[in-house]
Design a protein around this ligand. Structure first.
Ligand code: PNW
Length: 486
């Protein structure tokens, strides 16, 4: 990694890590094999095939459950230093509870960890990436306060079983996504109760996160070492105009979308963002409720959750514009009604294969700086950044996306002083993209879903990313990866 004086490449510091990310339900398949219990995405896609655009599901997905050796060989090929994956709760505890542990589930993740170790790839493990055991959903899922205790039990099993091998833990992936889209949108479990159950879910997830972090701190840190954080999703939210109203609206939107989960954990004062508290309280009152629809933490809970992190896991994909809303407040309770802003994207921003994802690299720098300024520059790991395009190996647009986002990241670190320690591309492989099925492809490796062994083939972007991971620098001959067919 030595550079001569004429080398004008953009390089990350020596200690900076590159990796790739996946999640259990999106790649493993083997949904009912070897003692695995049913998860909410199993139930949801089986009961409602119509909610997935191509009527697919994760029953088979990438078959990664059967391909530990193959997948780790490909990770090795990429030259990355860490692999972020998630553990399926129902593979470890088939009915969600700790009284029965499924040994084959343990065996699978142990095998994966051993193979990663042999190849010098550091595991970064997400405890929960959207796949709640169905039996716990039947008790109310994340709207039930007791779920926090069940999550603590599950986390204890993981720390006891894998704590020697795994030193970097994420409790949750994107609570905003699974609470809002799961309880007020079209993701599993498919409840339609925005403005109520989304807030209950968020409340219990924050409690669960705080409880697991405190347990880790008290009972495990000394014994097994390691670091624990949470992954939050932050699309940059830019005011649509310079008007005072729109600036204010954009800040409100940041507090609702990101601050909802970030403020209780990462701010100095803790608890929900004051603007969220006051707007939802006022709206609830106007609607005739005696209690706010946003639950209150006890002072002890505020304290437990505040500062419950060693680092922030940040997912960032895109940017939106925000205008102030002119809605008549309080007509129909919902998250969007409580926030009262209008969110959209510019037509001229480059499109991708995901309707919500436009290519806006400067938003990445702004999001990172907002985090730095609002939460005292927390140590940050980019746990996901990525893009979907059409099938095909010559994915020059993906190379462009990664290169431009890495440039923005480099500026945020080296010009602005953001404390970012690593970057994971989403995703390692094409995979089951939730309600978009297999129609949206984010992989550095293409998966051929027609072939019986689900063949993986490196895209051009895999070659580009290998070069970045191995040198720590963005290549000057980046055109090679853009125009050559190779
Ligand atoms: C992430 N947004 O969700 C998830 O963590 C992954 O499981 C998923 O496959 C990936 O993004 C790609 O969709 C997001 O609207 C959902 O900005 C929505 C947004 C960002 C991330």
């Amino acid at each position: 990694n030595r550079r001569n004086v004429l080398d004008s490449r953009i390089c990350f510091a020596d200690g900076f890590s590159f990796g790739v990310a996946t999640a259990s339900y999106q790649i493993e398949g083997a949904w009912n094999v070897s003692g695995k219990g049913e998860g909410i995405w199993d139930r949801y896609t089986h009961a409602h095939p119509e909610i997935v655009v191509d009527r697919s599901n994760g029953d088979v997905a990438d078959g990664s459950y059967y391909k530990v050796k193959k997948d780790v060989a490909l990770l090795r090929e990429l030259g990355i230093s860490f692999y972020r994956f998630s553990i399926a709760w129902s593979r470890i505890l088939p009915n969600g509870l700790s009284n029965y542990v499924n040994e084959d589930g343990i065996r699978y993740y142990k095998e994966l960890l051993a193979e990663l170790r042999r190849n010098h790839i550091t595991p970064v493990v997400t405890m929960y990436h959207f796949d709640l055991p169905q039996s716990l959903q039947e008790l109310g899922g994340w709207t039930n306060p007791i779920m926090a205790e069940y999550f603590v039990d599950y986390a204890r099993v993981l720390l006891d079983t894998f704590g020697d091998e795994v030193k970097i833990w994420l409790t949750f992936n994107e609570p905003y996504t699974f609470c809002e889209d799961g309880y007020g949108g079209i993701e599993a479990p498919g409840a339609n109760s925005s403005g109520f159950e989304d807030y209950m879910c968020g409340h219990n997830v924050l409690r669960a996160h705080g409880m697991v972090y405190r347990m880790f701190d008290k009972e495990y840190r000394k014994k097994i070492g390691g670091h624990m954080g949470i992954t939050l999703d932050f699309s940059w939210l830019e005011p649509a105009t310079t008007s005072e109203e729109d600036q204010q609206a954009a800040e409100t939107a940041r507090q609702f979308y990101f601050g909802w989960f970030a403020h209780p954990i990462f701010s100095k004062s803790g608890d929900y963002p004051p603007i969220m508290r006051s707007m939802i309280d006022a709206n609830s009152k106007r609607q005739g409720f005696y209690h706010s629809r946003l639950p209150y933490f006890t002072p002890e809970e505020v304290k437990m959750i505040r500062g419950a992190y060693d680092f922030l896991g940040l997912n960032h994909y895109t940017t939106y514009l925000i205008k102030h809303g002119s809605r008549r407040l309080g007509v129909q309770p919902s998250f969007v009604d409580d926030m009262n802003v209008i969110k959209f994207q510019k037509d001229e921003w480059p499109k991708t294969n995901s309707s919500w994802l436009k290519v806006v690299p400067w938003g990445f720098r702004k999001a990172l700086n907002w985090v730095r300024l609002n939460y005292r520059n927390p140590k940050t790991l980019i746990t996901e950044n990525g893009v979907s395009f059409e099938r095909g190996l010559r994915d020059t647009k993906r190379v462009n996306y990664i290169d431009s986002y890495l440039r923005a990241l480099h500026t945020a670190i080296h010009q602005d002083g953001c404390l970012v320690v690593g970057y994971a591309y989403w995703s390692f492989l094409d995979n089951f993209e939730w309600t978009r099925g297999f129609s949206e492809r984010f992989g550095l490796f293409e998966v051929d879903y027609q072939s019986p062994n689900l063949t993986r083939t490196a895209r051009l972007s895999a070659k580009y990313y290998t070069n970045v991971a191995k040198t720590g620098c963005l290549p000057n001959n980046f055109a090679d990866y853009t125009y050559n067919t190779d």
